[in-house]
Write a protein that binds this ligand. Structure first.
Ligand SMILES: Cc1ncc(COP(=O)(O)O)c(C=O)c1O
Length: 387
């Protein structure tokens, strides 16, 4: 039987059995509507409260009321950016973001541009890092929001969000960070970061798909993007997804329990995998060597098409991706790698392997045994020279 090695945890993670049990309970037994006053409703309401407390604790919020549950990271980003833009339009019409954001941020900013907002996209260096001074210089009297991600989903580079937030707050500008990839892998504290809003997602942290949260610092005004009932204190209408939210709460509890071991375990596997891959001819690490998520291994393999190596890896039971989950399958190379100054050819040869808590050293060693013959075979057919 072919060994199965899942190395695509930045696309999604398996739901942890503990989380699945909680989701199951709130689908089958405690299925009530959290707004109902009977016992079924109250059980759901308790789950909502408990989960809000766990998520608040996970990101260091000062009170649970600062957490707004959403349908995932995409909606959290939309609510933060469109909600802040609408609420603060009288003050200004300028938003700052980076060239390497997830499409949930980039396309939201593009939509706002069509509505008359002005957007500055700061660039990144060869490692994918934003320069906080460039953000500081881009702030003007019309700037209302800076939205820069904490960790990149493609090459794992961490952004200096605390420094960026300091510069923004000096000018009274709101700061949002997309922490969807960071929260499951490293300690994240909204106080230390100094951000006003932060997005996270359930399915990147061993929780269910279709649920996430936006942290909104107390006193921060955002305009709701869904209208209906007074759910989530009027910030997000719609009957709460209690099974999903309870699962997210359990995933947050699990993350708080095992984050120190998780980080250590992932870093060890990451080092082994990076060291093994970059010693191969024409294989280059993408992103920053140290300022990166502990589970991300993104490499460019010269003279090879990323998609063809993915298919060959898949045939050997190894699940990886090229570019981000959302861009793979598209012919355009990743906007993130191009923003880092990489050539189209090298960007096309990029492969992302993202480790998870259940991966082992044997998994990494299997990958390191499997990759070299695949590269050799694909290069024999390639018209390009190895760089
Ligand atoms: C950095 C980042 N932001 C946002 C999202 C979107 O989250 P969701 O899939 O929960 O909508 C993703 C998912 O790929 C992501 O990696």
């Amino acid at each position: 039987m072919v060994r199965k090695v899942y190395l695509d945890h930045s696309a999604t993670t398996p739901v942890h059995p503990r989380v699945a049990a909680v989701v199951n309970r709130y689908m089958l037994a405690d299925f009530g509507n959290a707004s109902s006053i009977h016992d079924f409703g109250r059980a759901a309401e308790r789950a909502l409260k408990w989960s809000r407390e766990r998520v608040a604790e996970l990101v260091g919020a000062s009170e649970p009321g600062e957490i707004v549950f959403t349908s995932g990271g995409t909606e959290a980003n939309n609510l933060a950016i469109k909600g802040a833009a609408a609420a603060h339009r009288v003050r200004g019409d300028h938003i700052i973001t980076s060239a390497v954001e997830h499409h949930a941020v980039l396309h939201t900013c593009e939509a706002l541009e069509k509505d008359g907002f002005r957007v500055t996209r700061v660039g990144v260096d060869e490692f994918g890092r934003v320069d906080p001074d460039e953000v500081r210089d881009a702030i003007n009297d019309d700037t209302i929001l800076v939205t820069i991600m904490l960790a990149n989903n493609e090459m794992g580079t961490l952004q200096p969000v605390a420094e960026i937030a300091k510069a923004a707050r000096e000018r009274d500008v709101l700061v949002h960070t997309d922490a969807v990839q960071a929260v499951p892998q490293m300690p994240v504290d909204v106080g230390e970061l100094g951000v006003d809003m932060l997005s996270l997602s359930g399915h990147k942290m061993y929780g269910p798909k279709g649920v996430g949260a936006l942290y909104v610092r107390k006193g921060t005004r955002i305009r709701p993007q869904e209208h209906g009932g007074h759910h989530e204190r009027g910030r997000r209408a719609g009957t709460e997804n209690i099974p999903g939210i309870a699962g997210l709460g359990e995933a947050a509890a699990l993350t708080m329990e095992d984050l120190p071991q998780r980080e250590k375990h992932l870093s060890r596997l990451q080092k082994r995998l990076i060291d093994g891959l970059v010693q191969l001819d024409g294989v280059h690490l993408n992103g920053h060597r140290t300022e990166r998520l502990p589970n991300n291994v993104s490499v460019s393999i010269s003279a090879i098409e990323g998609e063809s190596i993915l298919l060959s890896l898949n045939a050997k039971g190894i699940a990886a991706s090229s570019g981000s989950a959302c861009t793979s399958g598209a012919l355009e190379p990743s906007h993130v790698l191009l923003a880092m100054g990489m050539s189209h050819e090298m960007a096309h040869g990029s492969v992302r392997m993202t480790l998870g808590r259940d991966n082992s050293q044997e998994d990494v060693d299997y990958v390191l045994e499997t990759v070299p013959p695949i590269i050799d075979r694909l290069r024999e057919m390639s018209p390009f020279d190895v760089q």
